[in-house]
Write a protein that binds this ligand. Structure first.
Ligand SMILES: Cc1cc2c(cc1C)N(C[C@H](O)[C@H](O)[C@H](O)COP(=O)(O)O)c1[nH]c(=O)[nH]c(=O)c1N2
Length: 235
């Protein structure tokens, strides 16, 4: 092994029971927040920690393809909100007729209520047109950016900050409103703000739109479709 690199290895022992519990608590109680935002601004230090958590996500070839457009301007958010309304109208049209009223009753964004919005983008050419790990799987830059979003989302939970991901937005609308150049992909539009309360279960489950699938039906052993009885329910 490269002796200089070996000097950079540090112990990677398991966390203490308390630390582990905190990590799993963040994972299990993270929610997509739409309506529980408080109006208080997020302190700069907190925002910086959230963005730094995102920036420490894994990325293909250590590409770090992300950028974060932090949006506080109410006028910009109002334009995004209008774009959301247009996109919702289009989405409702393609739903089965019997689900349309249910869909319309759901709250699916907090664009104006949250004091802060963040648009997370992916520069698809940050390391040239391909790069380590992307030759066969070119979309791994987008997947890396999604990892950054998840890091931010989990860190936000620990900070008492709610995050809601809004994808009911036409790419062209967001691109025009935020002046995003063509080679940059839009990955996520997030509503971000302090929250005092959050749903215990996913809001879409509480409101009977969907339910959590049983994990056991999703885990296979060795090949697609083979039940994995070896994966125990209670770790
Ligand atoms: C890529 C992507 C895109 C969206 C979402 C999530 C993700 C990962 N979610 C949130 C989604 O509805 C939510 O994660 C699930 O319902 C599960 O709930 P919890 O996140 O566990 O609270 C979401 N929610 C919403 O109200 N409007 C939206 O447009 C979207 N879009």
């Amino acid at each position: 092994m490269d002796a200089t690199a070996a000097l950079e290895l540090a112990e990677a022992a398991p966390f203490s029971a308390e630390e582990r519990a905190a990590v799993y608590r963040a994972i299990l109680t993270r929610r997509d927040v739409r309506d529980e935002f408080l109006p208080d601004d997020i302190p700069e230090e907190t925002l910086r920690r959230l963005l730094d958590a995102a920036h420490h996500a894994p990325s293909v070839g250590f590409m770090q393809p992300w950028n974060f457009i932090v949006i506080r301007d109410a006028a910009v958010r109002a334009r995004v909100r209008e774009a959301f309304e247009r996109a919702t109208a289009a989405e409702v049209e393609i739903l089965e007729p019997e689900r349309r009223d249910h869909y319309r009753s759901l709250k699916l964004q907090g664009i104006s209520k949250a004091p802060l919005n963040i648009c997370v983008t992916c520069d698809r050419e940050r390391q040239g047109r391909t790069g380590l790990g992307r030759t066969q799987q070119p979309d791994t830059d987008l997947l890396s950016t999604a990892c950054a979003v998840q890091n931010l989302w989990l860190a936000a939970r620990a900070e008492g900050v709610g995050v809601g991901w809004v994808s009911i937005l036409r790419d062209a609308d967001l691109r025009a409103i935020l002046a995003i150049p063509p080679q940059i992909a839009i990955v996520a539009y997030l509503c971000v703000g302090r929250v005092a309360r959050a749903y215990v279960r996913p809001e879409l489950e509480v409101k009977r739109w969907a339910r959590r699938l049983p994990l056991d039906e999703l885990v296979f052993a060795d090949k697609w479709g083979a039940a994995a009885s070896a994966v125990r329910k209670d770790p």
